[in-house]
Design a protein around this ligand. Structure first.
Ligand code: VGL
Ligand code: ZN
Length: 204
């Protein structure tokens, strides 16, 4: 069974949001079209408590974009974003929510970030996505959403490692590109892990 994972298409990741992904709004119509082409649609939401430790605001003297060690692991400090039950964490207004079968929420515990829709960044706590997919007999995943160089990349790498046939449809993805080349490097990393990364012109 084929499933589409619609990753973090939330207000805060759109232009004008707290952590805007350049041209992130362009993925909304693509998502709405692609959702019709899959048997199952799972949408993810970045779903942080207000005091999440990936927020620069929780570290006096630190600024957005700095990298700190958080319990021994490098953590990029982000602006406050996708705080659960706030408008910033809502799905983009134009996203066809009625086409979503399941919602997976991630990065819900204060002390650890979670770019992947499967596990936190320490690979300790699972979100329940793997169980859900196995229960439904899903073996083939396609990913779209935000952001190519964070949540898409980490979700795709975990999916491939877990044995799912994994495709990333770039026409439905946009990246943050904190540093020049981040998106290209993410694509190369996904490809070398066996992920099929489909360029926009071939995407359908
Ligand atoms: C994401 C940065 C921080 C993402 C989430 O969804 O790609 N990026 N939190
Ligand atoms: Zn986040």
């Amino acid at each position: 069974m084929k499933t589409l994972i619609v990753t973090d298409i939330q207000n805060d990741f759109l232009p004008g949001g707290a952590l805007p992904v350049p041209r992130g709004d362009e993925v909304v119509p693509v998502a709405n079209r692609l959702m019709d082409q899959f048997e199952r649609v799972v949408a993810t939401q970045d779903w942080h408590p207000a005091s999440h430790e990936s927020f620069a605001s929780q570290h006096p003297g630190r600024r957005v974009g700095e990298v700190i060690l958080l319990r021994g692991r490098p953590q990029i400090l982000w602006p406050d974003h996708c705080i659960r039950e706030t408008p910033g964490a809502d799905f983009a207004p134009g996203l066809a929510r009625q086409k979503i079968d399941h919602i997976i929420r991630k990065a819900t515990s204060r002390q650890i970030d979670s770019y992947s829709a499967f596990f936190d960044n320490d690979h300790i706590r699972a979100t329940g996505l793997e169980e859900l997919l196995k229960r439904e007999g899903v073996d083939d995943l396609s990913l779209i959403g935000l952001a190519t160089d964070y949540c898409i990349k980490f979700t795709a790498l975990d999916a491939a490692a877990l044995g799912f046939r994994t495709t990333v449809l770039l026409e439905g993805c946009r990246g943050i590109e904190r540093q020049a080349g981040d998106i290209e490097r993410a694509i190369a990393e996904m490809r070398s892990a066996g992920v099929d990364v489909v360029p926009p012109s071939e995407g359908e």
